[in-house]
Design a protein around this ligand. Structure first.
Ligand code: PEP
Length: 250
């Protein structure tokens, strides 16, 4: 089956509103593509970026959400709030959230259910640390994260998600997984999806690779049979680099 490639830029805690709107202006000039493209600015820039994207096929993603709809959760933002603001989706379980903010598989599962209920397209991030890879625990960790995130979800709900395989040791480090290393895990993830949600859903779900994707390595990574796109951090902050990555994904 041919899956439509999907590339999303994770801007992390970068870009003021003025800088974000300028980057969108540049992206709109450079991106001319049939593939699915998303950008995930910080919360403060979501509304102005939504306005700047009017009439563009580029989708808007948030970088996190809370699992409750509302309540006494100072500093948090809910999935329905993101939906109302015009977000198409939300990144969940990014390794920085797991490592720096204590997010667990159970927490990601709750957020995933909240995002789906709000009709947001979730990108669920999974990936092993260097120590886990060196201890040959990659698949143990990644499969636990996926089973945990999708726990209690019906097959059709799994089918509404994207998974991003992001080896933690490759994020922001300049070290990229080899195409062989990435494809191996992506193939295993596809097999696990088959077990969890059946062959049709497993065939349809996009599995992005993330971890130091650059214009120079995007085309080769994305030519692999089970690599259906990329979640891009650092290189998504420059319009030219991001546009070249998107071009490489075609
Ligand atoms: C990310 O944060 O999701 C990521 C992949 O970052 P980078 O591309 O900078 O490694």
């Amino acid at each position: 089956m041919t899956r439509r490639k999907f590339v999303c830029g994770n801007w992390k805690m970068h870009k003021t509103v003025a800088e974000a709107v300028e980057l969108v202006r540049e992206l709109r000039q450079r991106l001319n593509t049939q593939i699915q493209v998303g950008i995930a600015p910080p919360f403060t820039a979501l509304a102005p970026v939504k306005a700047a994207l009017q009439g563009s096929p580029i989708q808007l993603f948030a970088q996190n959400c809370h699992h409750e709809k509302q309540g006494a959760f100072t500093g948090e933002v809910s999935a329905p709030m993101l939906k109302e603001l015009g977000c198409d989706g939300v990144i969940l379980g990014h390794s920085e959230r797991r490592q720096l903010f204590g997010e667990t598989d159970e927490g990601v599962n709750k957020k995933l259910k909240a995002a789906l209920e709000a009709q947001l397209h979730p990108i669920v991030c999974v990936g092993e640390t260097l120590a886990e890879r060196e201890a040959s625990r990659t698949w143990e960790v990644v499969s636990r994260q996926i089973r945990g995130a999708f726990n209690g979800l019906a097959a059709d709900a799994v089918g509404r998600c994207t998974i991003a395989y992001e080896p933690v040791w490759a994020i922001g480090t300049g070290k990229t997984a080899t195409t062989g290393q990435a494809q191996e895990v992506h193939g295993q993830i596809r097999g696990l999806l088959r077990e969890i949600a059946g062959p049709a859903v497993a065939d349809a779900v996009r599995i992005q690779y993330g971890g130091s994707v650059k214009p120079e390595n995007a085309a080769e990574l994305l030519s692999q049979p089970d690599i259906d796109g990329a979640l891009v951090g650092g290189a998504s902050l420059k319009a030219d680099d991001f546009a070249r990555i998107v071009a490489g994904a075609k």
